[in-house]
Design a protein around this ligand. Sequence first.
Ligand code: GKR
Ligand code: MG
Length: 408
Amino acid sequence: MSRITHIEVIPLAFSDPPLLNTWGVHEPLALRTLVVIRTEDGTTGLGEAGGDITLLRRLEAIAPRLIGTRVDAPSAISDVVRSVLGPDCSLVERNVAQSPFEVAVTDAWARLEGIRVVDLLGGAVRQRVDYAGYLFYKWPGHPGAADDEWGRVLTADEVVRLARTMVESYGFGSLKLKAGVFPPDQEIDAIQALHAALPNVPLRIDPNGAWTEGTALRAAQALEGSLDYLEDPVLSIPAMARVRASTTLPLASNMIVNTLEDLDAVVAASALDIVLADHHYWGGLRSALDLARECAAAGLGVSMHSNSHLGVSLAAMTHVAAASDAISYASDTHFPWNRDDDIVADDTFTFDRGALSVPDGPGLGVELRPDVVERLHRAYLESGRTIRDDTGYMRSVDPDYDARLPRF
Ligand code: GKR
Ligand code: MG
């Protein structure tokens, strides 16, 4: 089986609208890292990771040590990652650094076999993967710039307008509102307005742990009947368990389950109904599938989390969801917010009734647009940016911005 001969680790910066979250606001450029491996017979494999400098430096340190690895031995990657990162790195940090290499190697292996990644992962349990439309409050444009195509989303009516646009453009059959931005009553009103406007669309709200336990209890009671699930209202397992015990709403999280030990603790405390898996944080495609299996065995539902991303990540998520019947909810995606700057061919992803067909492959089934990769890499270098800093950007506009969690 073919061995890796080259690896490129390419930092990228791409346009991002001013989306509000509890930490602050998205900066004009989001950062991401592309990993491209090549094998001795010229096969390529792609992976995508976050863009912060610490991770970038780790990926750059790991890459040369993977030269010579066979692409049909993805388990060899974790030994290299462990030895390069050393004992001071946490399991989660190792998993984050491992993920893009595991995805790239799997892509190359599947390409070599002439099959789709999903088939290499055990076969497709579905050919279409549902995604949820991801609603954000947002400024009309970045400070000093013209309004963007999405316009202003600061009121309940504007959230409903955004939801209608997302549903009309993509056919999403579920919607998630990023919350923890405004006083909770305002966000509860927005969900109630969405529920009234789109009664057949399951809704989620995610304040990223910005709410106190008291607020979470009150919000849960107010939103019973309007929500499909409530995501990360609070940030500790005991607090989540207490909220869960007081509501009929299903509770979900991508913040309190980061390791299998966390999963055991969550199950022991009856703290959650749904875990949001994310192959970027769990060490790659296989570990995300293992997590999904473990969750299902423990009686938990599974959805998938996303951060601002490009098409290699979207393809990887689609193959993961297609390979797992444990993934029982539509997955999050930021795709509509970032699609114009995508590094993969324009026509790769066409949403049909909120779902993507699993790309035909071989491999992940995506091809890079080299001119766009080059442009986004230049944008990265010229920007001088090295970390995501939503709070710093918000404070450049509102110097007193309070990003404490919880604070509402
Ligand atoms: O893009 O602002 C954002 C989101 O808040 C993201 O950073 C979160 O990781 O979407 C994510 C979540 O579900 O927590
Ligand atoms: Mg979340």
